[in-house]
Design a binder for this molecule. Structure first.
Ligand code: SPD
Length: 377
């Protein structure tokens, strides 16, 4: 996958326009009957290169059963129920993996089986230690941001040629949303991301819960809810690529993949990714081995394989997400390394916020409010 970076007129907004391949084959939410000698993996959809799994199988002889999901909550429900059948999973660090470590859901890593662990960025590892003391259970896989995917032509057609494509106002200003409704607006069905986007747009701290944040977020979405066509975490990739949606709250690499699919299909659509000037969430997804995994040895072998610089660089080149493997940078395509939507420059990094684990009651209140917001009540 080759990613081309275009910096928009606004200094804080970055665009990904891309050309290249597309989706992963496995079905979503499959069950995983445990089977010794096989490795059962449960990962986000659209999150490995086309040959990542096949190359591992060819090299090791281990058969991989690979299922995908598009919501942390789906993974968490399976892990908390126990006996998920999975040997390796990929939760987001905060609050999910952090909470799951506290719940004893993960086995400690056997560092002796991970000789490639030293390739990881020690600054990022240090920053994970409050969630996973001594980095004992979690290995960072990819990180990214949550911003806006934009069909540049259609948005300009609706809002004017000179519209600044640089702000959450494209979504939250009711006048904009009303004019974009006809070409299609989608929002992530992810309460953490949805709350953070609205609070950041309002100039507030997305991790605060002690004020009127619930009311403020409900009011922000209430004003634009009639103009939002759908809430989803993975269909928006194709919807952007085919022109069904013109504005999507989305994950950085997923929007780049939409741009790639549009270009590959010869649609002539320009799909851009922006990190809004007001700021955005920066998240980290990690690898972890459930305590009840049957094939921990193969899980370690797969993690160590993904820690190989050339292997993880190939994933980044394909999915357009940044990886935390410093040694891999030599193998990441220059266009991706230089793309501010994938590896944001310092002035943009300074505007990114790491989500924090919220107090339980506040978290539950957000989940309930999000359900109300989506239903339009
Ligand atoms: N297609 C891969 C998407 C990965 C997104 N993970 C981050 C979720 C943070 N809420």
């Amino acid at each position: 996958m080759r990613i081309r970076a275009l910096v928009l007129s606004c200094a804080a907004a970055f665009v990904l326009a891309a050309c290249g391949p597309s989706s992963q084959p496995p079905s979503e939410g499959g069950t995983a009957p445990a089977s010794p000698g096989r490795l059962h993996i449960y990962n986000w959809s659209d999150y490995v290169a086309e040959d990542t799994i096949a190359n591992f199988e060819a090299r090791t002889g281990i058969r991989v059963v690979y299922d995908v999901y598009s919501e942390n909550e789906v993974l968490e429900a399976k892990l908390q129920a126990g006996n998920s059948g999975y040997d390796l999973v990929f939760p987001s660090l905060r609050p999910f993996a952090q909470r799951q470590v506290l719940q004893g859901i993960y086995a400690p890593l056997d560092r002796a089986s991970l000789p490639n662990f030293g390739n990881l960025d020690t600054v990022l590892l240090e920053g994970m230690r409050d969630a996973d003391p001594d980095n004992a259970h979690l290995v960072p896989y990819m990180w990214g941001t949550t911003g806006l995917g934009i069909n540049v032509g259609k948005v300009r057609e609706a809002l004017g040629e000179d519209v600044a494509l640089d702000s959450w106002s494209l979504l939250f200003d009711p006048a904009n949303a009303e004019r974009l409704a006809a070409c299609g607006i989608s929002v992530l069905d992810d309460e953490q991301e949805a709350f953070a986007a609205a609070l950041i747009w309002l100039g507030r701290d997305p991790n605060r819960t002690d004020g009127d944040e619930l009311e403020a977020v409900q009011a922000a979405y209430g004003a634009v809810r009639p103009h939002i066509r759908s809430f989803n975490n993975s269909q928006y990739i194709n919807e952007l690529a085919t022109g069904e949606t013109c504005l999507a709250m989305g994950y950085s690499g997923d929007v780049a993949q939409a741009a790639a699919r549009a270009e590959e299909a010869g649609t002539g659509l320009e799909i851009a990714y922006i990190i809004p000037k007001e700021g955005a969430i920066r998240w980290i997804d990690v690898m972890a081995i459930p305590s009840d995994a049957r094939n921990k040895e193969a899980a370690h072998a797969f993690i160590n394989y993904l820690l190989e610089p050339e292997v993880i660089a190939a994933v980044t080149n394909y999915v357009a997400y940044a990886n935390p493997n410093l040694a891999s940078k030599a193998f990441v395509e220059a266009e991706i390394l230089e793309d501010g939507g994938v590896y944001p420059p310092d002035e943009v990094l300074a505007k990114l916020v790491d989500p924090q684990k919220l107090p339980d009651a506040a978290q539950q209140a957000r989940v309930r409010a999000w359900t109300r917001i989506k239903s339009g009540r």
